[in-house]
Structures are given as structure tokens and as C-alpha cells.
Design a protein around this ligand. Structure first.
Ligand code: ZN
Length: 146
């Protein structure tokens, strides 16, 4: 089912996963990034080469990016942009990438299992990620009360 969603999106047709729109990275933006899938404004954008790492990895990526749309739903535009999207796009060391505090809750919301992939979450990473999300949420609450 998830692979169908990926194939449909890669084929340029309308694809939806758990109510979320799934597309490929728009062509003009591929000049800057064509290899890293991402999620923005509640839409998942898949890298055109998403299947190169095999179907299991592609499904993990779809689930992970879906998880980012759940973060977006909780945080809104600004906090997602500065708290999740930009750190995620500018963080280059690939080691323990999915244990980063802005990444790990995307795995959790997307129900991604990385056991046995070499990308399993570091001890404590999930709690750090939840704390980070709550910290970002509180920043809006305090602004609202002013
Ligand atoms: Zn991510």
C-alpha cells in the first residue's frame, strides 16, 4: 500500500498517504536538492530517486516524512520552519541523523521502525525529541499570552 503511494507520486499522479498529499520534489527546486525527501506545509515531497535504497528504505522515508507533517500540524508554519525544517535541511553529519531531536519525533509519529538498519535511535533520543517538541510548543503559548 505504501509502495503504491510512492509509485503513484513518482508517476506524477495524485497520491495521498493517511490523508496527506504526497508529491515529488518540484523540478525547479531539484536544482538545489534532488536527493533528500522532505515535508513542508503538510505535504510530503519525495526525492525522485527514493527507490534507489530499496523498497523498505523508501517506505521508511515516506513514513518519516508523514511524521514531519504531524509535527507541522502541532507546531504551525514558523515553529516548524525554524525548529524542524531548517535544522533538518542544514544538518549534514549523516551519523545518527534520525536520533536528532528534530528528527526523532517524525519517526515516532510516522511509526518508523529502524531496528536493524544501523539507524536505530540512540538511547534517550526519543525523550529528548518529545521534550524539544514541547519546548517549541510552549514558545507559542507564551507569545499568545502576551
Ligand atoms: Zn526528517
Amino acid at each position: 500500500m505504501e509502495l503504491d503511494v510512492i509509485q503513484t507520486a513518482l508517476g506524477g499522479q495524485r497520491a495521498v498517504y493517511n490523508g496527506v498529499r504526497v508529491k515529488t520534489i518540484p523540478k525547479p527546486l531539484r536544482l538545489f536538492n534532488k536527493n533528500r525527501s522532505y515535508a513542508f506545509r503538510g505535504t510530503v515531497y519525495l526525492a525522485p530517486n527514493i527507490l534507489n535504497g530499496g523498497p523498505d528504505e523508501a517506505v521508511r522515508t515516506l513514513r518519516h516524512e508523514y511524521g514531519h507533517t504531524r509535527q507541522y500540524a502541532r507546531l504551525g508554519f514558523c515553529r516548524y520552519l525554524f525548529g524542524i525544517f531548517l535544522p533538518s535541511m542544514t544538518h549534514t553529519p549523516r551519523e545518527h541523523y534520525y536520533s536528532q531531536k528534530w528528527e526523532v519525533t517524525a519517526d515516532a509519529f510516522g511509526d518508523v521502525d529502524r531496528a536493524g538498519t544501523g539507524e536505530a535511535h540512540l538511547p534517550g533520543a526519543e525523550k529528548d525529541g518529545e521534550d524539544y517538541l514541547r519546548h517549541l510548543e510552549r514558545r507559542l503559548d507564551s507569545r499568545r499570552q502576551r
